[in-house]
Ligand binder design. Structure first.
Ligand code: ZN
Ligand code: ZN
Length: 424
């Protein structure tokens, strides 16, 4: 136990140091593959694990920043360096039994890490090697748990039955990665699927079975193209893209009024124009919508389309909009499964607690696909006291909590081995 905890912390620190943002988890993928090297683990990675569009890919400049001069000592280095990052580990027991899937996310954030002496990664010298990239959401901890758990599955394959599929998913931030992985063959025969996130405001020592309010979301870029002109001599010849964008922002923020559920919209970024005395021929918005169900999302999507197109027509501009990320809502609808897990975990001594996320997580795509096929799925929150909130430069969780996450996954497997609850 003590040893496992130490190993988890060591792994977490190794991955913390490697911090790479979504679709650029090059060294992270290499490190994962090396850590999972085991005859009993079948490793899949590179293009073969992909079956859908990779949303929100980085720009050429961003890619070069992380990949230039990089040599990966793995077989499919080239594919990984093209952004086919992540891996799927499979453990076969050779015995009849359920197929059980798990997802761990692996990406960091574009954020400059704190150099405050209070910040543990800085004090103990395991801060990010990449200036401007940081594990500020705990995915370094998720990977540590995922690796230790996969190795445990391999070591115990003789005592277990069925098949285990462990997905190490890239680009969760911005909900981009899951879309490219869920449509593959991997989920077809999955009977059970589990996802988990650390922290988020749930205290150390607590576990939430069935995270509430995982919202659907879509991340949208809208680009208005107008026509530039001399702002003094011939403004009538111009088509002002800034006006179109500005008009759209006000319209967009009036949308989230919906009696069918929770609705959110945010235009988080606006840029445009090229100079004070030029009618702007270019403006762009980065926005997101969120909703607690598909009905709300459909309303929001239709509203966004109407308003963007309307604003473009109003100012004679051309509109181009594209989806940069998407996730679905997930809610804990399988009461029976929830109650069975709750009773089992309570008896095992876990301190259970309710938790509402009011955020988005693209693990919802995995959970929903498995449930649609008739499988069972659950999302957990692993409590951990935080030094600063998620996505902040001083973010840090309590490393002592990692062992609880690892134990939780082991116990879920033990539970399913002895209590087969309605395999499909
Ligand atoms: Zn995050
Ligand atoms: Zn996260």
């Amino acid at each position: 136990m003590e040893e496992d905890s130490k190993a988890l912390i060591e792994l977490r620190r190794e991955f913390h140091r490697l911090a790479e943002p979504g679709w650029m988890e090059y060294r992270t993928t290499e490190h994962l593959i090396k850590a999972l090297q085991d005859d009993r683990i079948l490793l899949h990675y590179g293009k073969e694990i992909y079956a859908g569009e990779r949303l929100g890919l980085p720009t050429k400049e961003e890619k070069e920043r992380y990949s230039s001069g990089l040599h990966l000592a793995i077989e499919k280095a080239e594919e990984v360096l093209e952004g086919y990052t992540g891996a799927i580990a499979v453990v076969e027991t050779g015995k009849e039994g359920p197929t059980i899937g798990f997802r761990f996310d692996i990406d960091a954030l574009p954020l400059k890490e704190s150099t405050d002496e209070d910040h543990l990664p800085h004090r103990l010298h395991f801060e990010s090697d990449h200036l401007g990239a940081m594990h500020a959401c705990g995915h370094d901890g998720h990977m540590a748990i995922g690796i230790m758990f996969t190795k445990w599955l391999a070591q115990h394959a003789k005592q277990l039955k069925g098949k285990f599929i462990v997905v190490f998913q890239p680009a969760e931030e911005g909900v981009r990665g899951a879309n490219a992985l869920v449509n593959g063959k991997w989920l077809e025969q999955v009977d059970y699927f589990f996802g988990m996130h650390i922290g988020m405001g749930l205290a150390s020592g607590k576990i939430c079975v069935g995270t509430e309010d995982i919202l659907a979301t879509e991340k949208i870029d809208a680009i208005f193209t107008g026509k530039s002109a001399h702002a003094g001599a011939h403004p009538e010849e111009g088509r002002n893209a800034i006006l179109a964008a500005a008009s759209a922002v006000l319209g967009l923020h009036s949308l989230p009024q919906d009696a069918n559920g929770l609705a959110r919209i945010n235009v988080g970024k606006i840029e445009g124009g090229s100079g004070r005395n030029i009618v702007a021929n270019h403006a762009q918005l980065a926005l997101e919508i969120r909703g607690s169900n598909e009905r709300v999302m459909e309303d929001l999507k239709a509203g966004v389309k109407r308003i963007l197109e309307g604003a473009a027509i109003q100012y004679g501009c051309h509109l181009e909009s594209s989806c940069k990320g998407r996730a679905e809502a997930w809610y804990d609808k399988d009461k029976l499964f929830h109650d069975q897990l709750t009773i089992f975990l309570q008896n095992k001594g876990y301190a259970l607690s309710d938790f509402s996320m009011k955020g988005s997580e693209d693990v919802a795509l995995f959970l929903n696909r498995v449930q649609e096929h008739g499988g069972k799925a659950m999302h957990f929150m692993l409590g951990s006291d935080l030094k600063a909130a998620h996505h902040q430069e001083a973010f840090d969780f309590n490393e002592e909590d990692l062992i609880t996450g690892l134990d939780l996954f082991k116990d879920l497997v033990r539970f399913l081995m002895t209590n087969p609850i309605g395999n499909k």
